[in-house]
Design a protein around this ligand. Sequence first.
Ligand code: NAI
Ligand code: SOE
Length: 388
Amino acid sequence: MTKVLNIAMIGGGFMGKAHAMAYATMPMFFWPAPARPRLKTIVDVTADLAETGRQRYGFDEASTDWRSVVARDDIDVVDIVTPNDSHAEIAIAAAEAGKHIICEKPLARTGAEAKTMLDAVEKAGVVHMVAFNYRRTPAVALAKKFISEGRIGRILSFRGTYLQDWSADPNGPLSWRFQKKIAGSGAVGDIGTHVVDLARYLVGEIVAVNALVKTHIGSRPVQSGGFDQLAASDRSGKGPRAPVDVDDEMIALVKFAGGAFGSIEATRNAYGRNNFITFEIHGDQGSIAFNYERLAELQVMFASDPADARGFRTVYTGPAHPYGAALWPIPALGTGYGETKIIECHDILSAVVKGETPSPNFRDGYQISRIADAILRSGEEQNWAFIE
Ligand code: NAI
Ligand code: SOE
């Protein structure tokens, strides 16, 4: 019989919805499922929000007290989908209570904070994952497969971007994502870390960075409480404004331990770009290119192709590719953001059942936070920053 794992979800905003959808649908895709998730309890800051989450996402119970929830004997997995400032406190308490943990990215606001979380999960011996889900896009996993098989040879360079435009309007609200005490940093931690995860996954460890980091919009209309209004409709700019104390944009040169080099860019102010996560990787035997805005496709070029047929070709991911057997039966039927979260849900529950350490885990999350720290430090000092 399929094992049942009881889930406690802390936070019911954007990611609460994405993770709840993944728990509900994962066994429809991955069957036999590693475990059947039971949506036991959802926690939010007010009784109204928690109850709305319960009804909307299908949890048994609602609560406003994450401390008592993570300590309960009948909870197996704690899913942390709150803003970044509460990840550490919740994760450490959950680890001390012996719960397995999936925590949204970035793992923490700083490398030092992430280290306290890593220490707690390792001490407790629980399974842990950080939710950098874009590496679970089938086309990205296919890029990893090609690189691991040596199909593009030795990696020479990586160019990665994450460009969005939801914060380009100076009258967009000052949500938690623009407040250092809550978010830790701006574009660097929020979206740059996704590219750092992809770079480490595909190419290897990053050992040094040299970055430009800037805040273009110095103040925004105050948004008091509530969850992040990423695309708020009220852009009148009326009402009091408060300072933005995080970065808007960064461009970094990066050096990899294996000798490759490259660049990483992140901004949420790039008009016309929505979820423009791209990478282009050049090897000495070929190249790979990916754009999340066309996420079912991988562009590949192999140097061994005949001279008269050289050039990038489009591979449409489907059943022949990573995770494909569990998804849809025909290539290019369409996969989306939801599928990355369904795959992520499968992989964390599978790791829990098998007692394995999945990737990316809190050690990866810690290392990524250290790299984010180094990017910010380099931006301030206008110099190379090294990650030992
Ligand atoms: P959100 O603002 O939409 O929702 C956050 C929710 O957490 C709200 O319902 C809020 O009331 C609740 N909350 C805040 N503090 C809480 C506490 N102490 N206890 C219980 N509930 C609490 O935020 P969103 O977009 O869902 O982001 C949450 C996390 O997910 C962040 O770390 C963010 O960086 C990450 N994220 C990851 C994405 C990905 O693609 N992997 C996409 C969007 C967000
Ligand atoms: C906002 O920039 C955001 O929701 C990020 O927080 C997520 O990590 C990203 O995947 C989508 O955009």
